[in-house]
Structures are given as structure tokens and as C-alpha cells.
Ligand binder design. Sequence first.
Ligand SMILES: [Zn+2]
Length: 306
Amino acid sequence: MSKKYIPREFKKQVYLARRQKRAEKMKIAGLTALLFLCLGSIVILGFFWKASLKGRNPSKAPSLSFAKHTSADGNQVNQMGQGSSAIQGDSAPDSSMQGTSATDSSIQYSDAQNSAIQGNSSQASGRDTAWYLTLVNKQTPIPQDYEPDLVKVPGGESVDARIYDSLMQMLEDAREGNWGELPSVVSGYRTAKVQQKLYDDKIREYEKEGYSESEAAELAEQWVAVPGYSEHQLGFAVDINGATYDVYLWLQENSYKYGFIFRYPGNKTDITGVSEEVWHYRYVGKEAAAEMYEQGLCLEEYLENM
Ligand SMILES: [Zn+2]
């Protein structure tokens, strides 16, 4: 009722005051939006500037951090037991080695590199990745038609010819931690066929223990890579068998000096997807190996940070 008697003039003033208030609000909102827009552009520009700097200068300053990756002591004895049985399983003689002598490995290699670059996001930045940093893991298969130039190591296994000298030097120097014996390479390069056999055998092993087909496959994959996804198919990875466990400790502390890394430490299983394998070493070149050792990085992390 009372509304009816409000004078017109008063109503107009209220209306005008409200309009002014609204206009002020709009002004503040507009200014805030502008401010955010400016800040956003600065951040984006900064990001591109940083990215362009990184692309121009890929060499990294040497790190001063000396955090070492040590494996969990408590598990080692237990894991050694698993290790030795896995090594026995791995050491299947490679009968199909005759067909693999590459005639023109350099040309084939550059093709392999290209597909490796396509297959991996950290390698897709347009920069060339050195052959020894080619990533093969559960997500990244071996480049198609990959055929390394192979040489035999003592014991009959084969490796990529380019890693032979570093590998033999490391094994020679590892004698001191191996009761004076040369540690043996029980598995080097594997053809897809050999990898398939190891994988099938491992599944059968678990099936015998009473696991279902899918459970057995899941368990097997923790120890043996699916064919096409094993580093052994690159020819840069070796499974080393020592006379004593000490040799594995020696390798963990010294392999980087020869360009090799302890590829599957127990504390990186969630990244590598592979349970700790004290016997599996992978060549990545001296520079990368030293950096990974000093900073406690696995290959996936190292490539991600490159
Ligand atoms: Zn291996």
C-alpha cells in the first residue's frame, strides 16, 4: 500500500543511483578482465620464449647433485632368488640369430630413428635423439624393421656392435666384484621370435601355478616384455649373470662410467612398469648414464627432462 504513495521524484533518484552503481560494477569487471588478459599473454609469451631458448640450446649445465639411486637392501636377497630364476629363463639360446646380420645398418637405422621419434612424445620435439637413447618400453615399441649390426660376446650372445667395447671393458673391470671371474652375458640381442617364446613360456609357467590365462599374462608382463616392446630387441641391453651378488652392487655403482644404466631399479617400477631387475643393464652413452646416476633418474625421466 505504502508503495503507492512514494513520490515519483524519489523513485527516479533510486533508479538513477542503481544505474550508476551498475555502470561502476561493469567498469570494474571490464578492467579485471583486461588485467587477466594482459597477465595471460605475458605468461604465454614467457612460455614460448623459454621453449625457444630450450630448443636453441639443448646442452644442459652439469649437475652438482649427487643423489644416488640405491636399491632397497631389504629386498635384494629375496629378489636375487627371483633374479637367478629369471636369468635362467632368459638365457634361452638364440637359434634364429643367423638371419639377422644387417647389411646396411646405417640406412636402416635412420629409418628406425624416425619411427622412434614419431612413437615417443619426448622424442617428438623435433630434435634428433641419439641412437643410444632410443626408448623402448611398455608404451613405446621397437622401431619397425629394426635390424642392428650385431657382434658376438663371450658365451655366444650377441649385442649391437657399437656397444661392444664399452660392454667388454665394464665386464673386465667387474671381475673384482665377481671373485675374479668375468661376469657373463646370459641374454643380449633377441629377435622378436625369441622374445615371443620367452613371453609364452613365462605365461605357461604362471598358468601351471594355477593362474587364469589373463592373470598369467599380467604376471608374466612384470618380468618379460611383450614381443616388440623389449629393449633386448634393440641390442643395447644385456642380462648379466654374476658368480656373486656383489657384482650387481659393483655394477650399480660403476656401470655409468662405461655408459650403462641399471635400467629397472625397484624404486622406479611405477615409471618403467618393470619389477627390479638387478641383472639388466642398458647402454645409453657415458654422458646420459652419468647424469642419470648422479640425479637418480630412470631413462623415462631423463628423456622427459631433456
Ligand atoms: Zn633383460
